[in-house]
Design a protein around this ligand. Structure first.
Ligand code: PAF
Length: 286
């Protein structure tokens, strides 16, 4: 495995691979890797003949400076794990390489899908994500790029961006990886105290409860989803969370479902102590 910091070296490597007919699968990350990321790399290994993982903590996507400052840097452990997963290249650019003028100047914005839920709670977040991912796509020139469904809204934003900008890249989503008690793996779980970690699985249990209620209400019961959402947020708050949203949305465009819409996703965001946890589940109604 090569660790590449220089853009010119990365580009020469990818050019050579493409000339040899290799299929480049790319996993963009911000490091601090866990089982969720490893599943993305495994999928990249299955789909491509060469695997590139980028590690870049993107300042432009943090809406709170303190989160950026606190973001754990675990480069040695990340590289050790990636080597075991047969990664070919770790691309770790500097902020000066990615933002040469020191500022976010030309921006990529994917309106609509970016404006709701996480986009509402975290101003500018998806502009930061879409911009850095398009820069990384330009640099890496992958054939395939892999993203986790744990960040479902991010995955939809990237899919839309690739369509809108005519990028010739196949976007692949991979299911969230969960601990045995259902908590989705996330760098943010590291901020939970032992007592909070005991409570944390209630997030996924509440999503499963919401599915059961949705199945009873059915696609014809869309008018009652609002009450259901309120009830489920109250449950989270009673368990010790500070819920931000729990929303039933269409799984295609994240808009509130109309009566008869069947392909749904339930997305939740809630604070538990210092950790802001997000999760989602998809549900197909009859
Ligand atoms: O999901 C992440 O870790 C980041 O949002 C990404 C896609 C690497 C962009 O910085």
């Amino acid at each position: 495995m090569k660790v590449i910091n220089q853009i010119s070296e990365l580009q020469a490597q990818v050019k050579a691979w493409h000339r040899q007919g290799e299929v480049v699968a790319f996993v963009p990350t911000m490091g601090n890797l866990h089982g969720g990321h490893f599943a993305l790399v495994d999928r990249a290994r299955e789909m491509g003949t060469k695997v590139i993982v980028s590690i870049f903590v993107n300042p432009a996507q943090f809406d709170r400076k303190e989160d950026l400052v606190a973001y754990p840097i675990t480069m040695d452990a990340d590289c050790e794990a990636l080597e075991k997963l047969q990664t070919d290249v770790v691309f770790a650019p500097t902020a000066a390489d990615i933002y040469p003028t020191g500022a976010l100047r030309t921006k990529v914005e994917v309106p609509g899908i970016s404006d709701v839920l996480e986009g509402e709670k975290r101003t500018g977040h998806f502009i930061g994500v879409a911009t850095v991912v398009s820069k990384l796509f330009n640099l890496v020139q992958p054939d395939i790029a892999i993203f986790g469904e744990k960040d479902f809204q991010q995955l939809l934003v990237i899919r839309q961006m690739v369509i809108d900008l005519n990028m010739n890249i196949q976007i692949e989503g991979v299911d969230a990886v969960r601990d045995e008690d259902g908590l989705a793996k996330s760098s943010r779980n590291g901020y939970l105290t032992a007592a909070e970690r005991e409570i944390a699985p209630v997030l996924q249990q509440t999503l499963q409860d919401t599915i059961s209620h949705l199945k009873v209400l059915g696609a014809a019961g869309a008018a009652s989803y609002q009450d259901l959402q309120q009830e489920m947020m109250a449950k989270l708050d009673a368990a010790g969370f500070r819920s931000e949203y729990l929303e039933v949305r269409r799984n295609t465009d994240l808009q509130p479902p109309d009566e008869g819409d069947k392909g749904l996703v339930i997305l939740v965001s809630a604070w538990l102590g210092k950790a802001r946890l997000i999760d989602n589940v998809q549900v197909l109604l009859n």
